[in-house]
Design a protein around this ligand. Sequence first.
Ligand SMILES: *Cc1c(COP(=O)(O)O)cnc(C)c1O
Length: 379
Amino acid sequence: MVPIQMVDLKRQYNKIKPQVDAAMAEVLESAAYINGAPVQKFTSALQDYLGVKHVIPCANGTDALQIAIMALDLQPGDEVITPSFTFIATAEVIALLQLKPVFVDVDPKTFCLDPVAVEKAITPKTKAIVPVNLYGHSADMEPIMALSRKHNIPVIEDNAQAIGGTYTFADGTVKKTGTIGHIGCTSFFPSKNLGCYGDGGALFTNDDALAAKIKMIANHGQSARYYHDMVGINSRLDTLQAVVLNIKLPLLDEYIKARRAVADAYDAAFANHPKITVPYRAANSYHVFHQYTLQLEGADRLALQQYLAEQHVPAMIYYPVPAHKQKMFANFGGANFNLPITDSLTSKVISLPIHTEMDADQLNYIIHSVLSFLNQTSK
Ligand SMILES: *Cc1c(COP(=O)(O)O)cnc(C)c1O
C-alpha cells in the first residue's frame, strides 16, 4: 500500500507532471517571473469559474484577508465579528490592523458562524463580519447577508477552505462560496483544494469600486506608476504559481468529486457508530471536503490519534486551541468570550486523511484502523 498522508501532493503532481514541467520551463525561459501573462490568464479563468466580476490575485490567503479588511477603511477599535473556531489568520489580520476581533460562536452542526449569535454581537461599532466556510462547508450566508443589509455592515468571506463549493438561497439561486459577501478571500496554499506549489491567494468581488481599491492596496497603494495614493502592501501571485493554477483550475471539480467520494466512504463506515458524529452536510451547501472531520464522544481522542499514528495513519486536530484562547488575543479580551460550542468542538474534533489520490486500499485501511480502536476501547 502507498503510505497514507493527510494530503498526497506528490501523487497529484505526478498525474499532471508533463504539463506543469513544460509550463514552468516556459516561464523560466520567458523571465516574466512577476505579472507574466499566466497571471492574467488565471485571473480571468477564475472569474469565469466563480461567476464573479473581479478576481484580484495576491501572495497568500492571509494577505487576501488583510487587504480585504484594509479596503473597508475601518478605524482603530472598530469591531469585526468572526468565529473563533477557525485557522488563526482570520482573526490575526483583524488584530494586526488594530481592530477588535469579536468572537462569535458557531453552529454545532456546520462548524460555521451562527447567524443568531452574530446578530446578538452586533453593536454600533461593528464594521465588518467575516464568516469562514470551514472545512469546505458554506456558512449560512442568506441570514448573514440579511443582517449585513439591515445593519449596513460589509461581509468578507474567508473561503480559503471552500473554493468550488456552492450555497443555495431559499429562492433557488445557487452561488459559489466566496462570491456572496462583499469580498471573498481564498488561499492557494499547496494543501488547499486548489493549491499551487508555494504561496498564493486571491480576492473576489462584484463591486467595481472595491475591486479598484483592492488592486491599489495590493500594489503599494499605487494609482499610476510611482504615484501612491494610500498606504498599501506588496502582495502578488508569482507567474510560476499562476501556471500551476492554470493547469489545476480545470481539474478542480474533479478534485472535489474525488474528495467527496472519500467523504461518502467514510460516512458509510462511520455514520452509525455510537461514538462518532460524521460531518453534517446542509441541504443548501455543496460541501467540498477540504477536511473530513469527525466529532468523537466517549472516546479518547488523543489515544485514537496515537493509535492511528502507530498504524501509519495520520490524523490531525484542526484546531486544538480556538482563536479566543490563544495567547495572542490575551490583550484583546479573548478569554472573556463565552463560546461553549466552539470549546466543545475543540475538544471533540479529529480530521482524517482526505485528498484527491486516495485509493480503496488506503481508505479501507484507515476505516478499519479507526473502527478497531473505537471498538476495542468500548468496554
Ligand atoms: C489557509 C487558511 C488561511 C490562510 O491562507 P494562507 O495562504 O496560508 O495565508 C486563512 N483562513 C483559513 C480558514 C485558512 O484555512
